[in-house]
Design a binder for this molecule. Structure first.
Ligand SMILES: N[C@@H](CCC(=O)N[C@@H](CS)C(=O)NCC(=O)O)C(=O)O
Length: 366
């Protein structure tokens, strides 16, 4: 098999890459990230303990879902997941940022805050991935231990007694909006899947429609969204791929999602970027850690604190750089669209520092 995907059925970013590979009709071996795979392949080949990892036919080992997709897009340009017209491409990059970096909140909350409904199921899934060769009772035991580590991230992400209601309210708004959207359209940008869909399928397939508690909510409240999840999971059957919507349209049914993105998520993206740039100035010799202290953030009307991630700026730089690369005329057209969400000033944010990725870690741009 030319490509190998190392990941887990319960992993957010693995689902993003798996759905993408299927859509591209690229054959791949699907390998569990077992404890041996971590020891023998993932850590030695990538230097980090993250999944998904993709081994290419040339023998390269890629980590980071966005980096994996962008690398494969170069060698497999057919069925591109990036729209080519300005508004659609910017919309896709913004939604990817939102899906990858913000939807982690509902995904983690609905997995770990409902142990009575979810814990045994999730532990089984984790255990089956970690030690598939051992009996089920041991898988459950090990799965619970692995799960404890991930559950430990929950308070760090700002998921707590103060914020949980706001996370749930926002989630209900999100799935309602998506359900209305998918009643009309097959994919986020219309008739054809884009990087935005692959980003959203991560939280929806690997957490929210995987774990029993949120799955019940989705099944009851948002049947069209569930249809999209199914569609995204079987994309290799889709031989005929349609074009992007004409005239650079972005469906208006996505407006509530862009409102959530710009009102709640964007201030957090900007704040974490500002904090990172200050940190880089204050620590010129240090390599960048995964998180740097705590920052305030807001969800709906509720305020709390969470750790400040450093990677998020790398994702934020993508739509910002794309916007800056456009002509004045294109930017004006985009500004009038962003005006709908009071976001025309936001997209002009220019971080005081740039970061890149070196050896699968974020690093200073030299
Ligand atoms: N931005 C990375 C994130 C990868 C990531 O966080 N993967 C999770 C599983 S879905 C993981 O391996 N977490 C291990 C950890 O947080 O230590 C990507 O897109 O691949």
């Amino acid at each position: 098999m030319p490509y190998t995907l190392y990941g887990s059925p319960a992993s957010y970013y693995t689902a993003k890459v798996k759905s993408y590979l299927r859509y591209k009709q690229i054959a791949f071996a699907d390998q569990y990230a077992t404890i041996w795979t971590y020891r023998k392949v993932i850590k030695p080949k990538t230097g980090v303990n993250f999944i998904p990892v993709v081994k290419t036919p040339e023998g390269a080992f890629l980590q980071d879902s966005t980096h994996i997709i962008d690398t494969i897009e170069k060698t497999h340009p057919e069925r591109s997941v990036y729209p080519t017209s300005p508004k659609q491409k910017l919309a896709a990059l913004l939604l990817e940022l939102f899906g990858d970096e913000w939807l982690l909140l509902p995904a983690m909350h609905y997995r770990w805050s409902f142990p009575d409904e979810n814990l045994n199921f999730v532990a089984e899934a984790f255990g089956k991935t970690a030690i598939p060769w051992l009996p089920a009772f041991l898988q459950r035991y090990i799965g619970k231990k692995v799960g404890k580590r991930f559950a430990g991230f929950v308070p760090l992400l700002g998921i707590n007694e103060t914020t949980k209601l706001a996370i749930e309210n926002q989630f209900v708004q999100l799935i309602k909006a998506l359900d209305i959207h998918f009643e009309q359209y097959d994919f986020l940008l219309g008739d054809r899947p884009s990087i935005a869909d692959f980003s959203f399928i991560g939280p929806f397939r690997a957490h929210l429609f995987h774990d029993p508690y949120p799955k019940k909510i989705l099944t009851k409240e948002s049947p069209h969204l569930v249809d999209w999840i199914d569609r995204m999971w079987c994309l290799s059957d889709a031989n005929e791929i349609k074009g992007w919507l004409v005239k650079d349209q972005v469906p208006e049914t996505l407006n509530p999602i862009f409102n959530l993105l710009f009102q709640d998520a964007w201030p957090f993206f900007e704040e974490s970027s500002k904090r990172l740039c200050e940190w880089l100035k204050e620590n010129p010799e240090k390599s960048i850690p995964r998180a740097i202290g705590k920052i305030d953030f807001q969800i709906g009307e509720t305020q709390s604190q969470r750790i400040c991630p450093t990677y998020t700026q790398w994702m934020l730089q993508r739509p910002l750089a794309y916007y800056r690369s456009l002509s004045t005329e294109e930017q004006l057209m985009i500004d009038s669209w962003l005006n709908t969400f009071n976001a025309e000033a936001l997209i002009k944010y220019k971080p005081a520092c740039e970061i890149t990725r070196i050896n699968n870690r974020v690093a200073r741009q030299q």
